[in-house]
Every structure is written in structure tokens, then in C-alpha cells.
Design a protein around this ligand. Structure first.
Ligand code: GCB
Length: 599
């Protein structure tokens, strides 16, 4: 789906700001009171300053009125949502117009023509944040009868981040031609000497047009190529390189009866990506991933778009000598993807497939209550949701140069019977959908050890989340080192042709807490923990990178093992560095972005 853009043929109006707001029921044929308001975009949870509202599960409503802009006879009016978490029904002047399931991808609602002559539009959005065993992410849903007899909906997250909800990303009103560009697909193929790019630009239109013209512009807006039959050749191409981005623009024009009816400019970078012989190649050079698992998580905004935080995070990432992040554990905003494109940051793009482990706390016996886990694949009914999130993510992000790999799931029970049947078609679906045929991976949980995992032979890169010295051998780094070394060597031997990427490793650390001994939660322990991990990583030839968990501390549900959130960040939640930042910056600055241990 195209990002909303102002062009000669399209108008864009911002619907962000203050909306009327209500938890619970509302009849959209009536007017929502303005007694309670909410800002868009943001999570409603933290700004409400009320514990019950913060933890509320169920329907909640947003409503506002806007004056209708001029829409001529050959144009249409569209309401475009960047994301509503986790689902939304949209009404205009009381009439139901459409809905969207899934909290992290954009959707559009076309306003019917009979409204265009009216003075105002009343837009009502019924959002809902319930999660269960059919949704992604996966939540444990139940209902509790209260003392007064009322029923309270509860979701216990099957994942380790706060279930923030709301209209999380911008809302726009778009006036566009009825005959418009509905999609652009860009695939570049490089010549062997990497000097020339053959760029295939496929354009879809909503209705038949007479002619589609595609012009390729460089960053100075000079014309560098014109497409013939959907193909343009860029000679002396400037490649999109890691932290040295270069973006061309495909300027698409659609004509009907000799008249320009729609135009749209899609930025794109030219680079190649492939996996071969245990290496991850960008522009045919092996890359070493240095970076982070992240979250969209800031004070006040929760999971709502915070563009200043996004830019600061990528500046901090660069400052640390890093070059990459994973969109753990859901698709990030389109604004973040565009920023990563522009800054040359590598992105591993993940769908919200987290929690696909029926009872992971029981399996790890974190709670120590000996509860027996059930077979995940017998109880989960997430197939339809999973197909949808893959389709929507690839449709949204396919043209981004920054996206170099897709993730099918984070830490599913890939060691339980049924996992292979569940994942095989989903991995194939990514490959079929992706016009650029990027590598696909699954992020493996530590329970799914090399002898038990049933899926990783199907993916391109072995991605591992490993917590030796934290969840395993807690506080005993000697024992942790032996365990980690042994396991990584086993993976290396099992898949000698596959690259291995550490997608998570980390230790909760409270800044300012110190000890002369190896005591978990202190800044010294975090330092020693990373030192031990890096020592082991450097001995594994196929290990192509390390992404620490996490970039910054982040909010979670209340749990025995969480002290007001997860504190594995290298930065605090407000982006202040912990002591470890200096060590890791030193290490990463010394490792080139293009680097391989294999010669
Ligand atoms: C993991 C999860 C991540 C958690 C992290 C932790 O393996 O992928 O979502 O936050 O561990 O800190 O426990």
C-alpha cells in the first residue's frame, strides 16, 4: 500500500490532534460527548492517568468532525489510518464503512460519493485491544466477574511488552483521482560489475488508463533513466550502501485521453541482498550486523508514533557504530522505515507473530509452579491472522531498501510437533509474495535447541535469541560461557552453509547499581555478560552479527521478573546511556559494517 503523499494530483489533510474519546459502548449515530478527549496518534494508556483506563480491555471509541474538502467528479475521498491497535471499525456520519484487523499496518476507508456534498463528516472509530489465540500477537483472554456482578475483560500477554493500544499512527484524509496509481513494485537487478541497474517498475492502477510513464530521478532530481515497457536502466548506478544511503525516485505518471490523471513519487534504493555460503551479502559484500532489537516504546506516547524518538534512536545507533535493528515484535511505522531507508540502516522486518508458545513461562518453569505446557500447535488458531500479516507487511514494505530480511515469527514453539506444518507454508508465502526475494528467517527460542528445533532448516539465516548468563546459568558467567559455546558450535556444524545471527542477548540492568562481584542487575554484570558473549561469538565462523536486547528499557505488564518494565536496554527508557554503551561502542566501532570472519 502506497504511503500517503501530496502530489500534483493528490491532496492530503491531516486528521491528527484531539478527538473525542470513550471507553466501552457508543452508538455512532449519536454524537460522542467531548467530555473526554484523546490525542491522535498515541497510545491511550499512559496519557489517561488512570489505572483502570490504562489496563482497560475491550472496545473504545474515537470521534471527530471535519469539514469536507472539495472533491471533484473524477476524484474520491479516502480516510487513511497508519495503524489502529489491534483492530478498528470505521463509521462516517453513523454509517459503517469498513474495518481492519491487525494493529500494525495501514488501511484505507473510501468515503462514498453521496457524502461529498455534505458540509461535514463525522468520523467515528471503534477500536478494540482484545487478544486471544486467533490473533497476532497472541494473548490469553478471559473474563472476570467483578464484585458488582459486571464482567471485566482481561488479556494476559503471551509476550513481554505492554499491550499498548490506540490510534497509534497518523490519520489522513486523502483526495485522489478515481483513476489512480494503486501500487508500485520496484525490483532492481545489478550487473555483475555492480555498475548498471536494470530497474523493473510495475504500476497498478485502480481503473484502466491509456499510458503509464515512469521516470527515474536522482537525489538532485535529474532524470537518469526513463522506463520502456516498465524497465529502466541506470548506468553508473550509485548503490544504497550500509550507512551510506542513496535514494532514487521513481516518478510515475498516469495518462488518460492525453491528460495527466495521477502522479506519485516512490523513493527507492538500489542494492542487492542474498545469502551464500554462510554469509549475508549486501551488494555482494558480506555484512556484519551490529545493532538492536527495539520496541516502539516511549514515555507518554507508549507505542504511538514518536518521530523525534525515532530519529534520536537512529542517531544513537549510528553513534554506537551499529548498522541495524529488528522491528521486534511487530511492523514499525512507515515513517521509521522511510527514515531507515534514508539513513542506510539495515532492517530485519518482523510480523507481530509473538506469543506462539502456548505457555512459555511454564515451559521455562520461570514461575516454578511445575505447570505442564500444552502443545502450542494444537491450541493456536492463528493461521489466518498469520497469512494476513505477512501479506500486509510485504505489500507495505516491499520497496524499502532498508528491509533486508523478513521474520516469520519471534520465539515460537518450533520444537513442538506441528511447528513444521504450521511454518512451511508461511515461509513459502513470504518468498512468493516478496518481489525482491529477500531472505526469510524465524527467530528461535532457547528451548528449541539444535536437537529439538523442527523448522530452521527451512529458513535462510539461523536467528537465535540466547540468554546464557541470564535465564540460563543466571549469575554464573563461567557456566554460561560453556553452554553458549557448545550450543553455537552445534548450530555451526548442523548448518555449515547458513549464516547465524544473534537476534537477542542481554541482561536486565539498573543504571547506578554497582557491585564488586558478578551480581545480576548491576552495571558491572551487564558489562561482564556482554564481554563473555562477544568472546564466544568471535569464535563462530558463520556468526554474521549481533543484535543486543534491547536498545532501550521498555514497558511491560507487571510480572515477578519485571521491575517496572524490562531493563535490558543499553539505554534507559529516556535514552540515557548505561555504562555498557561505552564498551559496546568501542567494539562495534572496530568491526567494519562489511566484514566476515570467513575468508
Ligand atoms: C525474549 C523475547 C523478548 C523479551 C526478552 C526478555 O526472548 O523475544 O520479547 O523481552 O526475551 O527480556 O525476556
Amino acid at each position: 500500500m502506497l504511503y500517503p503523499q501530496l502530489t500534483k494530483t493528490r491532496n492530503l489533510y491531516d486528521l491528527n490532534g484531539v478527538w473525542n474519546f470513550k471507553l466501552g459502548d457508543h452508538n455512532p449515530q449519536e454524537k460522542l460527548s467531548s467530555e473526554t478527549v484523546m490525542v491522535v496518534p498515541t497510545s491511550f494508556n499512559d496519557v489517561s492517568v488512570d489505572k483502570d483506563i490504562r489496563n482497560y480491555i475491550g472496545d473504545f471509541w474515537y470521534e471527530r468532525e471535519v469539514e469536507i474538502p472539495k472533491v471533484s467528479r473524477d476524484e474520491e475521498l479516502v480516510i487513511r489510518f497508519g495503524s489502529v491497535t489491534h483492530r478498528a471499525k470505521v463509521y462516517v456520519n453513523g454509517e459503517f464503512l469498513g474495518e481492519h484487523e491487525g494493529g500494525f499496518t495501514p488501511f484505507e476507508i473510501i468515503v462514498p460519493e453521496n457524502y461529498y456534498q455534505e458540509q461535514t463528516l463525522k468520523i467515528s472509530v471503534c477500536a478494540n485491544n482484545e487478544l486471544n489465540y486467533t490473533t497476532l500477537p497472541v494473548g490469553n483472554y478471559f473474563e472476570e466477574v467483578q464484585e458488582d456482578g459486571s464482567v471485566k475483560k482481561v488479556v494476559k500477554e503471551n509476550f513481554d511488552f505492554f499491550n499498548y493500544a490506540g490510534i497509534h499512527r497518523p490519520v489522513k484524509l486523502v483526495v485522489r483521482p478515481k483513476t489512480h496509481i494503486s501500487d508500485i513494485v520496484i525490483v532492481s537487478t545489478l550487473s555483475n560489475d555492480l555498475q548498471t541497474a536494470d530497474v523493473a517498475v510495475t504500476v497498478a492502477t485502480s481503473e484502466a488508463a491509456d499510458e503509464v510513464r515512469v521516470t527515474i530521478l536522482d537525489e538532485e532530481r535529474n532524470v537518469v533513466a526513463t522506463a520502456e515497457n516498465g524497465r529502466a536502466v541506470i548506468p553508473n548506478v550509485r548503490l544504497w550502501e550500509v550507512l551510506d544511503a542513496y535514494l532514487y525516485t521513481a516518478q510515475v505518471e498516469v495518462y488518460k485521453g492525453g491528460e495527466l490523471v495521477d502522479t506519485y513519487s516512490e523513493p527507492f534504493g538500489v542494492r542487492s541482498v542474498r545469502v551464500a555460503e554462510g554469509q549475508f551479502l549486501v551488494n555482494e559484500k558480506p555484512v556484519y550486523f551490529k545493532g538492536f532489537g527495539k520496541h516502539e516504546d516511549t514515555f507518554i506516547n507508549g507505542r504511538g508514533l514518536n518521530e523525534a524518538a525515532n530519529l534520536m534512536d537512529l542517531n544513537l545507533l549510528k553513534e554506537m557504530g551499529a548498522n541495524s535493528f529488528r522491528t521486534s515484535h511487530y511492523p514499525y511505522s512507515e515513517e521509521m522505515m522511510r527514515l531507515a531507508d534514508r539513513m542506510g540502516v539495515l532492517v530485519i522486518d518482523e510480523v507481530p507473530a509473538v506469543g506462539l508458545f502456548q505457555n512459555f513461562s511454564a515451559a521455562l518453569d520461570i514461575l516454578g509452579d511445575g505447570e505442564k505446557p500444552k502443545n502450542t500447535w494444537e491450541v493456536m488458531q492463528t493461521k489466518a491472522a498469520h497469512e494476513r500479516v505477512i501479506d500486509e507487511l510485504v505489500a507495505r514494505d516491499k520497496n524499502h531498501a532498508c528491509v533486508v530480511m523478513w521474520v516469520v515469527a519471534n520465539e515460537p514453539a518450533s520444537h513442538e510437533d506441528g511447528a513444521r506444518d504450521y511454518f512451511k507454508p508461511l515461509i513459502e508465502r513470504y518468498r512468493d509474495n516478496d518481489p525482491q526475494k529477500r531472505p526469510v528467517t524465524l527467530v528461535n527460542i532457547m528451548n528449541a535447541t539444535p536437537d529439538k528445533d523442527q523448522v530452521l532448516d527451512l529458513v535462510d539465516v539461523v536467528c537465535l535469541n540466547r540468554y546464557y548468563g541470564w535465564y540460563v546459568a543466571h549469575g554464573d558467567l563461567k557456566k554460561a560461557e560453556l553452554g553458549l559455546q557448545k550450543e553455537l558450535e552445534t548450530w555451526q556444524n548442523l548448518y555449515p552453509d547458513k549464516p547465524i545471527l544473534i537476534t537477542e542477548y542481554g541482561a536486565d540492568t539498573l543504571p547506578g547499581l554497582h557491585s564488586m562481584w558478578d551480581i545480576p542487575y548491576t552495571e558491572e554484570y551487564q558489562r561482564d555478560y556482554y564481554e563473555m558473549n562477544h568472546k564466544v561469538f568471535d569464535t563462530i565462523p558463520n556468526l554474521i552479527g549481533e543484535q543486543v536486547w534491547n536498545f532501550a528499557d521498555f514497558e511491560t505488564n507487571v510480572m515477578l521478573i519485571r521491575v517496572k518494565g524490562n531493563h535490558k536496554g543499553l539505554f534507559s527508557r529516556n535514552r540515557e546511556p548505561k555504562m555498557i554503551v561505552h564498551d559496546i561502542k568501542k567494539r562495534w566501532t572496530e568491526i567494519p559494517h562489511y566484514f566476515s570472519k570467513k575468508k
